[in-house]
Design a protein around this ligand. Structure first.
Ligand code: SF4
Ligand code: SF4
Length: 148
């Protein structure tokens, strides 16, 4: 990571989009449509069914920003949906009020989901990007006892 700047077009190369302008070169006030066609009922469609454009952050992964990531432990989760409500990048995957996991293509590793998880121990914890899910789950802490 040393010496890599946000403006070095690394993300553009990873996307194979060197011919497109970067986020810091876009004309102020320009509109980048989220969808390729008019869509009036996006809220009623599952994300994978929506006609997202190439400009949408749903299509273009931005996960290379991340150095730590949340890991999810299904055994402890109570499906309260707190993480889904609070994630600023809509990166918690939930269906029918059941937490299913994390969208690692879009999660920025901010840790908000971990902060708001109410279980003891937490059902989401931050680990280094280099650690596998299995390694992280093996290190999960025990339930904390209440101090008397
Ligand atoms: S770390 Fe941040 S971006 Fe990633 S899932 Fe949690 S709240 Fe969302
Ligand atoms: S906040 Fe924690 S307990 Fe609630 S759904 Fe998310 S992972 Fe599960």
């Amino acid at each position: 990571m040393k010496g890599v700047l946000a403006t070095d077009r690394r993300g553009m190369r990873e996307l194979g989009a060197e011919e497109m302008v970067g986020w810091d070169e876009v004309t102020q006030g320009v509109v980048l449509p989220s969808f390729d066609q008019a869509i009036g009922n996006a809220a009623f469609l599952k994300p994978e069914e929506r006609p997202y454009s190439d400009f949408s952050s749903y299509t273009a992964t931005v996960a290379s920003w991340r150095v730590i990531r949340p890991v999810y432990n299904r055994d402890i989760c109570i499906d309260c949906q707190n993480c889904w409500v609070w994630c600023p990048d809509a990166s918690i995957i939930s269906r029918d009020k059941q937490m299913l996991g994390i969208d690692y293509d879009h999660c920025k590793g901010c840790g908000v989901c971990v902060e708001v998880c109410p279980t003891n121990p937490k059902s989401l914890l931050m680990f280094a990007e280099t650690e596998t899910i299995e390694e992280a789950l093996a290190k999960w802490p025990e339930k904390k006892k209440k101090e008397k």
